[in-house]
Design a protein. Structure first.
Length: 256
């Protein structure tokens, strides 16, 4: 096992009298899908917002490659190599798929001293854009406006935009929400492929998909971590069943 790339150490977040996240410890590795599950209001999205820099913790530390990134704002966290998606699609609907990815990739260019060169001619950005579209299976949709592709393809486009920024960590917040069976299966396959070279932190309510793709599962309830471990241990946990899943039968794997 390689050294952790992303860690949360005793991280808490309070909003007035409400403690949304309480002393959470999370250890995430490259080459793994680390899924965070739990009922609505468990603190999952708040945790992702803390990891991405969208929120500052009330206490605790967040480490990226052993560097303390706790006080950094979201744009600096992103530049370090942590990309995130949101529960709702975050794309430019009137732009083509290629233009959406190009804009994301261009944001990684550190030099602004290119006043006399067309932005679209920057080869490094073009290369990142084309790789991102190919990886997500959208190369044939490159010239299609984002508003004219399916909802599932829009979610894939959002992941492509993340990839164009060349992150090492992908924070994916409910990427399967609102999808049909075939679209979900396609995105699950994409997440599995991306995990080979990335650290993927996944929030998802589709338990079939979670147990099909996750290497590690962390269960949150009321802002606390109830249990964390491999899927088979979580599947057999009476505490998880009692606190979260009740009598629901946990899947053995695969997307139904």
């Amino acid at each position: 096992m390689t050294a952790p790339i992303l860690q949360a150490q005793d991280v808490s977040k309070s909003f007035g009298g409400l403690q949304a996240v309480h002393n959470v410890n999370l250890v995430c590795h490259t080459g793994q899908v680390h899924a965070v599950i739990g009922p609505n209001g468990a603190g999952k999205t708040t945790l992702i917002n803390l990891l991405s820099g969208d929120l500052l913790p009330s206490s605790g530390r967040i480490l990226f490659k052993d560097q303390d990134i706790t006080p950094l704002p979201a744009h600096r966290v992103s530049r370090l190599g942590i990309g995130r998606s949101y529960q709702r699609t975050n794309i430019f609907s009137e732009f083509s798929c290629w233009q959406n990815c190009w804009l994301a990739g261009q944001s990684r260019e550190r030099s602004s001293l290119r006043f006399f060169k067309p932005a679209g001619a920057i080869q490094a950005v073009r290369d990142r854009t084309e790789r991102a579209l190919a990886t997500t299976g959208l190369e044939d949709r490159a010239d299609v406006p984002a508003m004219d592709i399916s909802y599932g393809e829009q979610r894939q486009l959002e992941i492509a935009m993340l990839l164009a920024m060349e992150p090492e960590v992908l924070l994916l917040d409910e990427p399967l929400a609102g999808m049909g069976v075939e679209e979900s299966a396609a995105v699950v396959g994409l997440i599995q492929r991306l995990a080979a070279s990335h650290c993927v932190v996944l929030i998802e309510h589709d338990m079939d998909a979670v147990f099909a793709v996750a290497d590690v599962l962390t269960v949150m309830v009321d802002g606390n971590i109830l249990e964390s471990g491999p899927p088979e241990a979580i599947r057999d946990s009476r505490r998880v069943r009692d606190a979260y899943l009740g009598d629901e039968q946990l899947p053995e794997g695969g997307v139904s």
